[in-house]
Design a protein around this ligand. Structure first.
Ligand code: NAD
Length: 268
């Protein structure tokens, strides 16, 4: 099986990725292939796994990801840094087992009428403004929904619902549910400005379209990256038809993962 390692350059991750590389080179069943891998192992934290996904985005429908965490407990990273031997053994006994998570499809149109940008997010996309409050028109399923005014909007996938979305009061969605969530980041609500004020969950066949008013000040993010350089006319979000596969050699069910990450051991 063809395997790539995608590591962050930190002191904790480099020795782990070096050891992993040696073990893969010694294996008769595994080959290192950074261009056309079947499995990509990220070594670092959730941020590294997000970067690994974006690095391999063009072949993301052909790969499966596995995460080793070398820092704090990660949400996407199931393996600990001292488990390299058992991960290599699982790769050698791989029978294609996987679990897939929904992705967010993002299409950006620019005021220069040049080519649209089209990309995918694993966690979320946010729309904010460099200074002042973001003003934007929000359309759902082709119809005007609201004028938003506030710090920003966060459009997340189910697996991203535990990230930024959670910090701004969004609901946690089990990734078995195919949906996109829109949550507000500090909206202004008074007698002049009015937004819904609650997160909404949009089904897979519906599109969310956002038109920023102060186009030159708009900041658009996709996971840990910023999409910048051109003035944004509109952004269209929908659930992608593609899902991202994770190699599942061990199973931690979603609510167990949520509980481990956010609640921890029960206190007496
Ligand atoms: P980072 O490494 O500082 O990550 C921030 C934290 O988010 C880390 O603790 C990471 O483990 C956690 N995280 C990432 N994805 C997660 C997920 N799906 N579920 C639960 N926790 C998750 O920053 P980065 O490397 O730039 O990572 C980018 C991510 O950080 C973004 O996709 C966004 O979700 C998150 N973020 C959160 C906030 C916030 O909560 N206020 C603000 C900005 C970015």
């Amino acid at each position: 099986m063809r395997v790539a390692i995608y590591s962050n350059p930190g002191k904790a991750s480099m020795p782990v990725s070096l050891l992993l590389k040696q073990k893969i080179e010694q294996s008769s069943q595994l080959t290192l292939d950074f261009l056309n891998p079947e499995v990509v192992i990220s070594v670092g934290g959730d941020g590294t796994l997000l970067s690994a996904f974006h690095h391999y985005i063009d072949i993301s429908n052909k790969i499966r990801l596995v995460g080793i965490h070398t820092g704090h407990l990660g949400f996407y990273t199931d393996w600990r840094d001292y488990e390299v031997d058992s991960l290599v053994a699982s790769l050698e006994n791989d029978d294609g087992q996987s679990e897939t998570y929904p992705l967010l499809d993002i299409r950006v149109k620019y005021t220069d009428h040049g080519p649209d940008d089209h990309t995918l997010a694993l966690n979320e996309s946010t729309l904010k403004q460099i200074s002042g409050t973001l003003m934007a028109e929000v359309y759902l399923k082709g119809e005007f929904f609201e004028n938003f005014r506030g710090d920003g909007l966060c459009i997340s996938t189910p697996s991203g619902s535990t990230a930024y979305n959670k910090s701004v009061g969004g609901a946690i969605i089990n990734p078995q549910i195919s949906a996109v969530q829109v949550s507000e980041i500090s909206s202004i609500n008074n007698r002049v400005f009015r937004t819904l004020g609650s997160p909404i969950i949009v089904p897979p066949d519906e599109t969310i379209r956002i038109l920023p008013v102060n186009k030159h000040k708009t900041v658009l993010t996709c996971d840990q990256q910023m999409i910048s350089g051109r003035e944004i006319e509109s952004i269209e979000y929908k659930l992608s038809k593609q899902r991202l596969a994770f190699a599942k050699y061990r199973h931690t069910h979603f609510w167990g993962r949520v509980s481990n990450s956010f609640i921890g051991e029960p206190r007496q």
